[in-house]
Design a protein around this ligand. Structure first.
Ligand code: SAH
Length: 392
């Protein structure tokens, strides 16, 4: 009896997944199963094509790999992806997924993170997470109130994109699953843009984010253009130049205030890296030009940072930096003391910014009906679970 119990409760040790690995990661995995050194490059290249170009879900699909090798791969590895635990679809087509990552160790239950898909007429943007939770405690952001924090691995970052493409039928031969997902035409991709604006501070997880950017932009695989991948930071100044040098991705700065006193209160990281240092890092961002502008995000908080004087200060601050401005209507969450600025106030602010030469700066609120702001799906799901436990 004891033995049976032990057997049934023993953790199922799932095979490690190859999905989300870098080329080096794939090569190491092949070495671990004693694939001869002279074959490693070729085999890693084949796997790369099947995993990232074709979106293969089974080793048996990989017909240019000899059967014996396919069986060996399947004995040791899987092509498992994170699981979609919850999906919410907004009236405007925005989709928010709560994903559970496969456990990384016996003590790890599998991190849960959020990922949001925003379809537009000319593009589809996927908003990915870089950490579970966040250490920054920006006062208007809900993620800062969640305690569990760890970096996501490169594999976990990349696999968010793979899952989204699966779900949207965005791999060759992929089946558009219905459920309101509009089939996209030949050669048009459901996921064309990636923004690191989900949970976490990407520049606090620099190495894994940089390696993930390498996988996402690899022309023989997922092939996302680096100009369509944007990393958003609250301003981790020492990592800004390395991001440009090592990844070549686009940069977004969560600015939200034009003076240090207010920014210290909204984005406490500002106490460490004040506005002047942040602006200098932007001015010298590798590759910045009028064709490759830095996006400045500015969340509109009623009575806090939304006066015409602040709009003018914003314009002055950005002088000389190739910039785009994104005004973000604040997305309220239960318990927050902040409110979103009134529409007229946002318009007045936006007019000043527009007159200074910055085009279409207000980000239309998307997915409001599904609480698509940072950190909210996870907390809603946790609340529902807590409620379910109370009923039990
Ligand atoms: N840590 C990174 C990326 C994650 S946050 C950063 O700070 O840039 C992505 C963007 O969403 C940031 O600009 C952040 O300030 C903004 N944001 C967070 N909570 C918000 C809310 N409730 N409403 C509107 N924007 C929010």
């Amino acid at each position: 009896m004891d033995q049976i119990t032990a057997e049934t409760t023993a953790p199922v040790r799932a095979l490690p997944s190859l999905v989300g690995l870098t080329r080096t990661g794939l090569a190491d995995a092949l070495r671990a199963i004693e694939v001869p050194e002279r074959e490693i490059r070729m085999r890693a290249g084949q796997l790369w094509h099947w995993i990232y170009f074709q979106g293969a879900r089974d080793f048996s699909q990989m017909l240019n790999i000899a059967k014996g090798m396919r069986v060996r791969l399947a004995d040791h590895f899987s092509l498992a992806r994170p699981e979609i635990m919850a999906e919410q679809v907004s009236k405007d087509g925005t989709r928010k997924w709560l994903m559970r990552m496969p456990p990384t160790s016996a003590s790890d239950k599998g991190a849960e993170i959020e990922c949001v898909y925003i379809p537009e007429s000319d593009r589809g943007t996927l908003c990915v997470s870089s950490q579970v939770g966040c250490t920054l405690t920006c006062t208007f952001c809900h993620t800062g109130t969640q305690k569990l924090v760890r970096n996501l691995t490169t594999q976990e970052i990349v696999s968010q994109v793979v899952v989204a493409r699966d779900r949207l039928g965005d791999f060759p031969g992929g089946v558009v699953p219905g459920d309101g997902i509009v089939p996209h035409g030949e050669g048009v991709r459901a996921v064309s843009n990636i923004v690191f604006m989900g949970m976490g501070e990407p520049l606090y997880n620099f190495d894994n984010v940089r390696d993930a950017l390498g996988v996402l932009s690899d022309g023989e695989g997922l092939s996302l253009s680096k100009r369509r991948i944007t990393v958003s930071t609250a301003g981790v100044v020492p990592q800004i130049a390395p991001l440009g040098e090592e990844s070549g991705s686009m940069l977004a700065i969560s600015l939200h205030a034009t003076n240090d006193d207010l920014r210290n209160a909204l984005v406490p990281l500002n106490k460490k890296y004040p506005i002047a240092e942040l602006m200098e890092a932007c001015r010298t961002y590798p590759g910045v030009s009028n064709a490759r502008r830095i996006t400045f995000e500015y969340v509109m908080l009623k009575g806090v940072n939304d006066t015409p004087a602040e709009a003018r200060a914003l314009v002055r601050l950005l002088k000389g930096i190739p910039a785009k401005i994104n005004l973000i209507p604040f997305n309220p969450w239960p318990g927050t003391k902040f409110e979103c600025s009134d529409w007229e106030t946002i318009e007045r602010f936006s007019d000043i910014v527009f007159d200074a030469g910055y085009a279409s700066p207000v980000r239309t609120p998307r997915g409001r009906d599904i609480l698509a702001a940072c950190g909210q799906l996870k907390s809603e799901t946790e609340k529902l679970r807590a409620r379910a436990r109370m009923v039990e």
